[in-house]
Write a protein that binds this ligand. Structure first.
Ligand code: ACO
Length: 345
C-alpha cells in the first residue's frame, strides 16, 4: 500500500484527501486572562514609554494571569471552547498535546493536568516544547497520528503563562510578553477540509539568542540562581529579529510550495504575533497584502505557543475566514525553531 507521505511527496494537496482521509480542524477556541496590562502601566514599572513600545513592537496591551491561575487553567478554558465548537465530548478525545514553555511544573505534564480538568479519561497526554513554534509542531504531530489512523480525535493546545518567567526589571523583554491559550480539535473526518501541510525547522546553533537558564538540569534552582535572576527569560532582540524574518519567510514559502499554492490564493496569513515590524517584513517578503495579514498583537503581545492558536480562533470568530478559505500559519521561536502550516478551513 502507498503511504500517504509518498502521495504527499508527489502531490502534497492529495494528503488532505488521501483515500478519503483528511485531518480536519473540527473546532477552535481560545482564552485570555481578564487582567489587562497596558503600556501606560509598564511606564510605571520600568523606564519605557508607550511611544517606544508601540513604534518598536506594535503592542499596546497584554493579558496577565492571576496568581492562582496557571497554564493548565488557561489551556483548559481554551480546550473546552474548542470542544464545544467541534461538538466533541471529553470521552471522544484520544490524545492531548500541550505546547508550552511555561508548564504548571516540570512534571507531570500540563497535558496530564488538562486531561484531569476536562475529564478526558481515555486520552493519552504529553507536553511539547518548541517555544513560540509549539502550536505548529503540535499540529503536525497530531496530523501524523490522525493520518496513520492511530487516533481519531486529538486536542492540540498552545498555552502560556509567560508572566511567570518575565523579568519585570528588564525593559528589553518585559514589555513584549503576555499570557493566554488557544486550542484546536483535530479529527479524521472523511472527505472534509483540513490541515494540508505543516513545515517544521530548528537551528540549535542559535539556542543562545533566547533562553531561560535556571530551573533545568544545568542550573537547578538555588538561592544564588534566584538572586542572579536566572529563572527569567533572556533575549538577544536584534539577532532574534533578523533570524525570525528569514526563517518565517522560508518556512512559509516551503509550505506554499508543498501545496502548489501561491500567496494570492491565501485568504488569511496568520503570523506569530511577536512584533508588528517582523509581521510586516515577512508579509512584504511573501508578497502578501496588508489585508491578508491577521494581527492581534496590539491586544495580547507575544503569547509564545498560544499566539497563532488565539489568532486562528479570532480570525474564525470574527468571520475573517470562512469555510473553504485557505489559511497560512507561520511561526518562529526560541531554539531556534520555526514552522508554517496551510489549512483549508
Ligand atoms: N523601552 C525603552 N527603550 C528600550 C526598551 C523599552 N522597553 N527596550 C530596549 N530599549 C532601548 C535599548 O536599551 C536600546 O537603547 P540604547 O540604544 O541606548 O542601547 C534601544 O532601545 C534600542 O534597542 P534595540 O534592542 O536595538 O531595539 P530593537 O529595535 O531591536 O527592538 C525588540 C527591540 C522589540 C525586542 C526587537 O528586537 C524584537 O522584536 N526582536 C524580536 C523578538 C521576537 O520576535 N521574539 C520571538 C520569539 S519569542 C519566544 O520564542 C518566547
Amino acid at each position: 500500500m502507498i503511504s500517504y507521505t509518498t502521495q504527499v511527496f508527489k502531490n502534497p494537496r492529495a494528503k488532505h484527501n488521501f483515500q478519503g482521509q483528511s485531518c480536519s480542524i473540527a473546532g477552535v477556541g481560545s482564552y485570555v486572562p481578564e487582567r489587562i496590562l497596558t503600556n501606560a502601566e509598564l511606564e510605571k514599572i520600568v523606564e519605557t514609554s508607550d511611544e517606544w513600545i508601540t513604534t518598536r513592537t506594535g503592542i499596546k496591551a497584554r493579558r496577565i494571569a492571576a496568581a492562582d491561575e496557571f497554564t493548565s487553567d488557561l489551556a483548559t478554558k481554551a480546550a473546552l471552547k474548542a470542544m464545544a465548537s467541534a461538538g466533541v465530548t471529553a470521552e471522544e478525545i484520544d490524545l492531548i498535546i500541550v505546547a508550552t514553555i511555561t508548564p504548571d511544573m516540570p512534571f507531570p505534564s500540563t497535558a496530564c493536568l488538562v486531561q484531569k480538568k476536562i475529564g478526558a479519561k481515555r486520552a493519552a497526554a504529553f507536553d511539547l516544547e518548541a517555544a513560540c513554534s509549539g502550536f505548529i509542531y503540535a499540529l503536525e504531530i497530531a496530523q501524523q497520528f490522525i493520518m496513520s489512523r492511530t487516533y481519531k480525535t486529538v486536542l492540540v493546545i498552545g498555552a502560556e503563562k509567560l508572566s511567570s518567567i518575565t523579568d519585570w526589571k528588564d525593559r528589553n523583554t518585559c514589555v513584549l510578553f503576555g499570557d493566554g491559550a488557544g486550542a484546536a480539535i483535530l479529527q479524521n473526518r472523511p472527505n472534509s477540509h483540513g490541515l494540508l501541510t505543516a513545515v517544521m525547522g530548528a537551528d540549535g546553533d542559535k539556542s543562545d539568542l533566547l533562553f531561560m537558564e535556571g530551573g533545568g538540569s544545568r542550573c537547578p534552582a538555588t538561592v544564588d540562581s534566584v538572586n542572579a535572576r536566572m529563572h527569567y527569560l533572556r533575549m538577544e532582540g536584534k539577532e532574534t529579529f533578523k533570524s525570525a524574518v528569514q526563517a518565517m519567510q522560508s518556512a512559509a514559502e516551503e509550505a506554499l510550495r508543498r501545496c502548489e499554492l501561491n500567496i494570492t490564493q491565501i485568504k488569511c496569513v496568520i503570523p506569530h504575533q511577536a512584533n508588528r515590524r517582523i509581521i510586516d517584513a515577512v508579509g512584504e517578503r511573501l508578497g502578501a497584502t496588508p489585508e491578508q495579514l491577521f494581527v492581534n498583537l496590539e491586544k495580547y503581545g507575544n503569547t509564545s505557543a498560544a499566539s497563532v492558536a488565539i489568532a486562528l480562533d479570532e480570525a474564525v470568530e470574527s468571520g475573517r475566514v470562512q469555510r473553504g478559505d485557505l489559511i497560512l500559519l507561520v511561526v518562529f521561536g526560541a531554539g531556534l525553531t520555526w514552522g508554517a502550516a496551510v489549512i483549508e478551513w
